[in-house]
Design a protein around this ligand. Structure first.
Ligand code: G3P
Length: 230
């Protein structure tokens, strides 16, 4: 069972970052977008496939066409890269149509750039598996992202669509998303590293280590215990 109901994805286009954080054992998936992939060197398809292997869970890869036919063709191709690929489709009338067609083919869709409960209703109705709301960008325009996200969560309660909190800029965005009942939060590596930190954890570990070193015979005892357990 998860300690919290919300699953954590990593929001990145960096394979190295996924390699680092996947080792912590907390990732259920990943999200990329054109901006994140544009920051990285190398082939975007190779990057997406490697991230799929590393997280062994849903990995969003985004279409860039603005009309439904193009989105459908790109979505099918992206889904063919790896069984873990979820096709990310920007919100629009064309995006809704493409979402309906992709989901009818059994391809999962993450509908992105959803900023209101009414847009979320349309995305869920079109069959999106994930509905992505960008917290940081809502806060950037002086609108309370927790109010918007909370309304989306409430509106989609009972629907099959999962609310995915994105554009998380600091640890408290992640906590807010969990408290609001989002099914998923996609978190940048920088914020995940910030979430590790607490000054009392650091000082506590230092004190435990110093106290243990003050009794040198303890190290021999523990070493023997470990050797005996092998
Ligand atoms: O997945 C995309 C989203 O998280 C974007 O974040 O920081 O560019 O608003 P940001």
């Amino acid at each position: 069972m998860h300690a919290v109901a919300m699953k954590l994805f990593i929001d990145t286009g960096s394979v190295a970052e996924v390699e680092e954080v996947a080792g912590w054992g907390v990732l259920s998936g990943a999200t990329t977008n054109p901006s994140l992939l544009a920051k990285e060197g190398g082939d975007p398809g190779e990057i997406v496939m490697r991230i799929c292997e590393l997280v062994d869970g849903p990995v969003s890869a985004e279409v860039v066409s603005s009309e439904a036919g193009g989105m459908l063709a790109e979505g099918r191709a992206l889904a063919g890269l790896h069984r873990h690929v979820v096709v990310k489709v920007p919100f629009s009338a064309a995006g809704l149509a493409a979402t309906r067609d992709l989901t009818a083919e059994g391809i999962r869709v993450n509908m992105t750039l959803v900023f209101s409960a009414s847009q979320a209703v349309l995305a869920a109705e079109a069959g999106a598996t994930y509905v992505s709301c960008f917290m940081g960008r809502v806060d950037d325009i002086s609108i309370d992202s927790t109010a918007v996200l909370g309304e989306i969560v409430e509106t989609l309660r009972g629907s099959e669509a999962q609310v995915l909190a994105a554009s998380l800029r600091h640890p408290m965005h992640t906590v807010a998303a969990a408290k609001l009942g989002c099914e998923v939060a996609t978190v940048p590596g920088k914020v995940l590293r910030q979430m590790l930190q607490h000054p009392l954890t650091t000082s506590g570990i230092e004190r435990f280590e110093a106290d243990w070193r003050s009794r040198p015979e303890f190290a021999d005892w523990l070493g023997g215990l470990v050797a005996g357990a092998r």
